[in-house]
Design a protein around this ligand. Sequence first.
Ligand code: ADP
Ligand code: ZN
Length: 571
Amino acid sequence: MKQRKQRLILCLALFLVGAVGIGIYFNARTVVPMSYNRFMELAEQKDVSKVILSTEDNYMNVKLKDEKITYKVPNPKTDNFTEFLLKNDIDIQYGSVSGANGVLRVIFILLIGGIVIFIFKKNRKEILIEDAASLSNCTLSDIAGNIEAKAMVQDIIQFIQYPEKYEKTGAKMPRGILFYGPPGTGKTLMAKAIAGEAGVPFYAMSGSDFVQTYVGVGAGRVRDLFKKAKKHDKAVIFIDEIDAIGKKRGQTPSSSNDERDQTLNALLTEMSGFHEREGIIVIAATNRLDTLDEALTRPGRFDRQIEIGLPDIHARERILKLHSRTKSVSNEVSLHELAKSTVYFSGAMLENLLNEAAIMAANDDDDEIRQMHIDKAFTTIIAGPEKSDRSYITEKDRKITAFHEAGHALITKLLLPDNYISKVTIIPSVSGAGGFSISIPKDTLYYTKSQLESNIKVLFAGRIAEELVFGEENVTTGASNDITKASDLLVNYVGKYGMDQKMGLFHISDYESAHDAELLSRCRETSNLLYDETKELMVKNYKILEKLASLLIQKENLNDDDIESIVRVEI
Ligand code: ADP
Ligand code: ZN
């Protein structure tokens, strides 16, 4: 709207300039030079009707009787000239020689000047947006959830806006703020919102933009970025993926670190270069706080660290609501239910889910997003799009996958009945999984020891099913992912959560080398124990396993109701 108005004003101004220009042109054409002698002749013949005398230049304008043309004649500026004119019945007028012409010219100049300023100002804004990535019009209300983080950035916004207030009490605000948390949780969004709320330009770059093959390029870019930002009294500088330049030294021994060190040093120098009470703030983001070089987290650098974590169920519902505002979602879709079944989804994934669903609805020529679109999108987000060509999968492969997945589902239902199995499928995904199941734990703050054990057992269940059905010699590599996850849990179980009795309450990771062997042996022992228990449980419920697997082969996808209907009847 504002843009259209601006364009209208510009058009009008251009039109006026044209009109006035044409006026001046014709007017100028109607001013014809005439010699003084000729004027005297005409005056004496009483052919002159009027003379306009100018105070500021050496010409006068002359009008003849019965003629519209204005003549421009040198002004003799003699004492008795006025008398001479009066004697010859010539009207005398004083003013600007150019007369109307002069006024037009002034208007013309004013208009041109106005337009130039207008265009220049507009361009300046555009240039600003270009090097700033955006003049953020994002506010905190664009962020759903993240309540703690939002509260923690309130005073930073205040500081940018009213640095005097903090100067009075002698408060030094942090120069650098570090947002850390999983990808897609809104770190960039939060930085933009700070700029937006404070009404200052937002300069964004990614750490990976700084890291170049040529030494010195990255450091130069850092200096450039700060130079641009410092042109404004106040600004927010955002550096995404700070770990690209600020990783702990010695973590990538193979590559030369010269370039990264130079870039990092340039950044630290720039940051210590500005005045404490200037309204410029640097915000960096990383997915991994623990890999950052201590040089970055030292006091006076990025010393305020704010976690931006994955949204909990309430935040997920709010994020879904926020992003569905611009979409038409059918009444049959419950965002509350969707929030429940999207544990571990980041804000970006939730947004993506709704968008995928909207695309699928449009593909189906539907006007609104329906539950089935949500379901399809859900699978796509979790596992990548379904592989459409399934012809290469042999019957045997399908059977193995079906039993493997049925094993996970069975043990989940038996040991973690509160979990909601939103999907079990034997349709491979493009990302390489032969099949998968999505089991959604209840949102809880803690895991109990037995829940942790059950989770490990569920992970083992795929492999155990393969073993029971096809024999020990025929187990597949399909369990490798499960084994990785289970091992992580086991290490924590023994070495972090103090749940292994022999190990006792002891945190291992800081004393790794001294306890490596002991940790491993405790993990193995626990693993074998849990494995045996799971196997026993599965043998007992073998009939259910077979039913689940055959239904899977038949339907390819099972949901919680399908599984419940089999398991509940049998138990
Ligand atoms: P990060 O920088 O943490 O990787 P982004 O800020 O780039 O994440 O988030 C990507 C997108 O995901 C955002 O532009 C926004 O649309 C959406 N998003 C993420 N978290 C939230 C949230 N808490 N509220 C609303 N939208 C969110
Ligand atoms: Zn598995």
